[in-house]
Design a protein around this ligand. Sequence first.
Ligand SMILES: CC(C)(COP(=O)(O)OP(=O)(O)OC[C@H]1O[C@@H](n2cnc3c(N)ncnc32)[C@H](O)[C@@H]1OP(=O)(O)O)[C@@H](O)C(=O)NCCC(=O)NCCS
Length: 188
Amino acid sequence: MMLENLRSVSSRVHLRHLKSEDAAGPYHDWINDPEVTRFLVTRLDYQSVEAIEGYIQEMNTRRDEIMLAVCDNETDRHIGNVKLQHIDPVHQTAWLSIVIGPTGSWGKGIGTETIALMTGIGFDDLNLRRIDASCFAENIGVQRAFEKCGYQHEGRTREQYFAEGRPWDAVRLGILRGDPPLWREFLS
Ligand SMILES: CC(C)(COP(=O)(O)OP(=O)(O)OC[C@H]1O[C@@H](n2cnc3c(N)ncnc32)[C@H](O)[C@@H]1OP(=O)(O)O)[C@@H](O)C(=O)NCCC(=O)NCCS
């Protein structure tokens, strides 16, 4: 899905639509870094430039998904992706997922700002009622980032994921349009 007049900026990053050329840029490096993909399904396959290009094109044409590039405000460098998936026009819900690529960018607030920006798009542009997220229970950083944006813990699903030869519990988080909009504090 592509949005007209997309304007989504926080103090450190901005979001933009992905282009085919992004496939051969930094994206290719960080999406193949096992430290970055440890908790992502992309860890299962090597992501070639051609595969990434195809994925970008698919994401830009699908009606039920929107994937945006996270870019550093100072350098304009492509440092991550954020998605709203399974956009459901009947129930007005979607699932948010995020990856911030270069590990040197972690722990500086970028994940939190990115979740805030995409939450704003979900509520303000797509008119969603509710946004969901699910993550490995051990992925403390992303849970903290969601919480800072106003998402609430809504449960734990046992052995939801299988990775590294063993099952892992998942934590479910969610935010409603009417919840305290902590995420707005991160928007510029
Ligand atoms: C998870 C991820 C998005 C977090 O992004 P980030 O930019 O590092 O997050 P922030 O800097 O906004 O951190 C948010 C909070 O979590 C804390 N945090 C970050 N990583 C942490 C970790 N590994 N352990 C404990 N706390 C952590 C930060 O200190 C911060 O809390 P604070 O403001 O109270 O200090 C990023 O590390 C990432 O993309 N990882 C790889 C992909 C992934 O796991 N995606 C999520 C799939 S559901």
